[in-house]
Design a binder for this molecule. Structure first.
Ligand code: ADP
Ligand code: BMX
Ligand code: ZN
Length: 291
């Protein structure tokens, strides 16, 4: 039987059937509703109902801290204010199939670690630069989830003590400077405010202020990589998310790394599975992992 994998992000919810060989089929995607828990639950349930035929198990990767079957948001603003949501119970109402839950970036890290074309990496860091900034840490070849699901929430490490208030309650988190949400927010006072994709489009048209916003994001990520490399002896970094995978973003991280000491310049590469890392990682974790 196939596993129905679901990836719940702050901007989109994707689903696909994953077979034993890790092949995806019947991929679907909807926009994450930001109008409260009831709308969120019914959109998720509709997507599940549509995707269920052919599935014998469910594996979910979701934004938020995944703790005892619930989604606990560190930054509720990323979900339109939802702070605590009964994820397992909501899924169970649609299907009684066996279900595993994992944080989205932790799941993506697991899939990307399996995809590395080398056996020489014991410690790997995955970073998604998306609605928020998420992370998944592989230490001694094992995915770190933590006793409370918190491991890898590196978007809430500090980038700038003078930075903006983050939805988690701290000032100057990496997420408040580097995420797609932060990139768009940096244009809020412009005559025509832009989306993150709009900022990238302007930057590639040589618009200097747009380029500076993306560089501020990329250099916050380069410093985050440096800090985590110092703490954990990270050997390889994999970047995902729509901002992380946007054209030119990785090159800006690499450029920012050149301003740091050589020991901080941990090699960075794009996600092999692109937008499907979370889906695939959830499915892989359900078969190889333990919950
Ligand atoms: P999720 O957070 O749901 O996992 P994404 O990885 O798609 O979803 O990240 C969403 C963020 O990326 C949003 O802030 C969105 O504005 C931004 N974004 C979407 N498409 C692009 C693009 N082509 N270039 C740059 N940013 C993008
Ligand atoms: C936030 C946090 C993380 C998540 C990361 C990326 C919430 C709701 N989410 O830091 O759990 O991994 O965003 O999530 O607090 P995404 O929605 O950008 O993919
Ligand atoms: Zn924060």
């Amino acid at each position: 039987g196939k596993c129905l994998a679901v990836d719940i992000g702050g901007s989109k919810i994707a689903s696909a059937l994953v077979d034993k060989e890790g092949q995806l089929s019947d991929r679907r995607q909807i926009i994450t509703p930001h109008s409260g828990a009831a709308a969120f639950a019914s959109s998720l349930q509709q997507l599940l109902r549509d995707s269920l035929p052919g599935a014998t198990s469910i594996a979910v990767a979701s934004t938020g801290i995944i703790r005892q079957g619930r989604l606990v948001a560190l930054n509720p603003a990323n979900l339109g204010g939802i702070a605590n949501f009964p994820l397992a119970a909501t899924i169970e109402r649609v299907s009684k199939l066996p279900c595993t839950l994992l944080n989205d970036a932790q799941a993506a890290a697991w899939a990307e670690y399996q995809a590395l074309q080398t056996c020489d990496v014991d410690n790997m860091l995955f970073i998604t630069v998306s609605t928020g900034v998420g992370g998944g840490i592989i230490l001694n070849r094992a995915l770190q989830t933590g006793n409370n699901g918190l491991s890898g929430h590196i978007g809430h490490m500090l980038a700038d003590l003078q930075g903006p208030l983050c939805g988690c309650g701290r000032y100057g988190c990496v997420e408040s400077i580097a995420s797609g949400t932060a990139i768009a927010a940096a244009t809020r006072q412009w005559p025509v405010p832009l989306t993150a994709a709009g900022v990238f489009a302007q930057a590639s048209a040589q618009h200097q202020p747009a380029s500076a916003i993306i560089d501020r994001s990329a250099s916050a990520i380069a410093r985050l990589i440096a800090d985590l490399t110092m703490a954990l002896d990270i050997q390889r970094v994999v970047i995902g998310g729509s901002v992380g995978l946007a054209p030119g973003y990785l090159a800006r991280i690499s450029a920012a790394q050149q301003h740091l000491p050589a020991i901080c310049r941990t090699p960075v590469q794009p996600a092999f599975h692109r937008q499907d890392s979370g889906l695939l990682g959830a499915a892989l974790w359900a078969t190889q992992g333990f919950c």
